[in-house]
Ligand binder design. Structure first.
Ligand code: ATP
Length: 499
């Protein structure tokens, strides 16, 4: 059974985790949890503004700095079980004296049976000095469960004395999934002030607010798109697979009750310009859910533990807005250097491990779409069965696919006509990528406009083909290498007919 915040926090204290770092902004919620596990414990608080503070009444007791506070209180643990609650002290964690005092407390707590003192650090910013790394445990406040969300909504309604149908409460509660208590209350307040009631329409308000959280966090990027699954020419195996997953997403509740596993996601590997990014966007469109991009480079921070913390935040945020598609573009670059020696690589290796664990354990509706060109640079752990639901290889489009891609891009620009001779076009464009074919259509349409022609002919298109350097010309070696490496891996072809 899932533990509550208070139970988890209590288990950390019991396990002699000497310094518990709670990286959160809502100190009231944390104070409540600490108060619950510290009923019979001496609790002393340090507050940056007032010095020593009575933890329960919050009245200032003595003006002092953090060093003075620690000197005054470090021995308390010999007399009785003590909690030291330090708020917003992250900037002090680079001070060698503070580090030594905290280390002293932590060591005594672990090695001396007559000493019992636990330090809680509460801050929105995570700073972990190297020398305290082994003593600090980062504590994540779990997001409220469905039951807790329902309780928050019901209490809110009760306090305001308003009437809301049970169906509406259930529906809204579902949309709140992934947000913390503070955010839920904030949105409920907003919704109430907006319309004087709580109703189904507030679901859209919740979605909008969730988008705000994404933007503010800077950890994930919300991608706007207009591409649909019908915009993909070919890749029929891949599309069929997506249609199947869409059926599950559409009836998730029923599917899970039936015993279907939660879809995890897919990895698409292959040639540049052949529809990998297009598929990521079309997936979100097919599932009718938001598309968010995870840029691992953006998560790297300069302090110890900062990058891992950013990754944790980004993944939690993706859960917060789930169901969603989490897109990791060029995954081989995102996790470049995993397993290799070197300072930068250590962090990437840790981030990679963190991401893998999250993927392995994930019980949520975040659908991962990872895209990559270079299979040899992808950490092999990703390629093992069971990580992703499926791996697909996207090759240069075959004859049938080239025809469809021409068709899609001509129709998109209203330039399709029945006289277009696809057979000649397809013959002339062997080795062209989807992006090359699109560029042929684009350039031909542009030329027709400049030359005041309303229609375009097969010959116009063939002329542009002649002047277009396809990917097979410009990147021949890279393409051969991708094909060679792909042979050694158990991977499905995204296309139905292989060249
Ligand atoms: P890269 O590895 O360079 O990022 P990619 O495989 O992600 O490439 P996309 O961005 O999906 O390539 O493709 C570029 C453009 O080419 C698309 O926006 C689309 O217009 C066109 N295109 C590529 N493949 C197809 C396809 N199969 N059907 C229709 N259009 C395609």
């Amino acid at each position: 059974m899932k533990r509550t915040t208070v139970e988890t926090l209590a288990s950390y204290v019991d396990a002699l985790r000497s310094i518990i770092y709670i990286n959160h902004f809502d100190f009231k919620v944390i104070d409540d949890s600490i108060a619950k596990i510290g009923k019979d414990v001496k609790c002393v608080e340090f507050n940056n503004a007032f010095g020593l503070v009575d933890f329960r009444t919050k009245s200032p007791m003595m003006d002092c700095d953090l060093e003075g506070f620690l000197r005054l209180t470090w021995e308390d643990g010999f007399e009785q079980e003590t909690f030291l609650i330090l708020k917003d002290v992250h900037e002090e964690l680079n001070n060698p004296k503070i580090i030594s005092l905290l280390k002293k407390i932590a060591e005594l707590n672990i090695y001396d049976d007559t000493y019992n003192e636990t330090v809680f650090i509460l801050s929105e910013t995570l700073v972990i000095p190297n020398s305290l790394e082994n003593y600090i445990t980062i504590f994540d406040i779990p997001l409220p469960s469905m039951r807790e969300i329902l309780k928050i909504i019901k209490n809110f309604i009760k306090d305001l004395d308003i009437k809301v149908e049970q169906d509406t409460i259930d529906e809204i509660a579902l949309s709140f999934k992934g947000l913390n208590e503070f955010q839920i209350k904030q949105i409920l307040n907003l919704a109430y002030q907006d319309g004087g009631c709580i109703d189904r329409e507030d679901k859209f308000l919740i979605l909008k607010e969730k988008e705000q959280f994404i933007k503010k966090s800077g950890m994930l990027e919300l991608v706007n798109f207009s591409e649909k699954i019908e915009d993909i020419g070919g890749l029929d195996n891949l599309k069929d697979w997506l249609y199947r997953k869409q059926k599950i997403f559409e009836n998730l509740d029923k599917a899970l009750k039936f015993g279907v596993d939660l879809p995890k996601g897919l990895m698409i590997i292959g040639m540049p310009g052949c529809g990998k990014s297009l598929t990521a966007k079309a997936t979100a469109s097919l599932f009718e859910i938001p598309l968010v991009r995870l840029d691992v480079g953006r998560l790297l921070g300069k302090y110890v533990g900062e990058s891992e913390e950013n990754m944790r935040k980004a993944l939690r945020l993706s859960e917060a807005i789930s169901p969603c598609v989490l897109w990791i573009d060029e995954i081989e670059k995102a996790f470049a250097g995993v397993g290799e020696n070197g300072l930068g690589h250590e962090v990437t290796t840790r981030l990679f491990g963190q991401f893998l664990t999250w993927m392995q354990e994930k019980e949520n509706t975040v659908f991962i779409v990872a895209t990559a060109n270079n299979i040899s640079k992808i950490p092999p752990e990703f390629l093992r069965k069971g990580r992703f639901d499926e791996l697909f290889f996207v090759d240069l489009p075959n004859v049938e696919e080239r025809k469809t891609i021409f068709d899609i891009h001509l129709r998109k620009r209203n330039k399709w006509n029945k006289d277009i001779d696809y057979i000649s076009l397809v013959k002339a464009t062997e080795g062209f990528s989807g992006a090359d074919l699109e560029s042929v259509v684009k350039d031909t349409v542009e030329l027709a406009f400049i030359e005041y022609r309303n229609t375009i002919t097969t010959q116009d298109l063939l002329n542009t083909v002649k002047n277009t350097k396809s990917i097979s010309n410009t990147l021949k070696e890279k393409i051969d290498e991708i094909r060679e490496r792909i042979k050694k891996v158990d991977i499905k072809s995204a296309s139905r007919k292989v060249n």
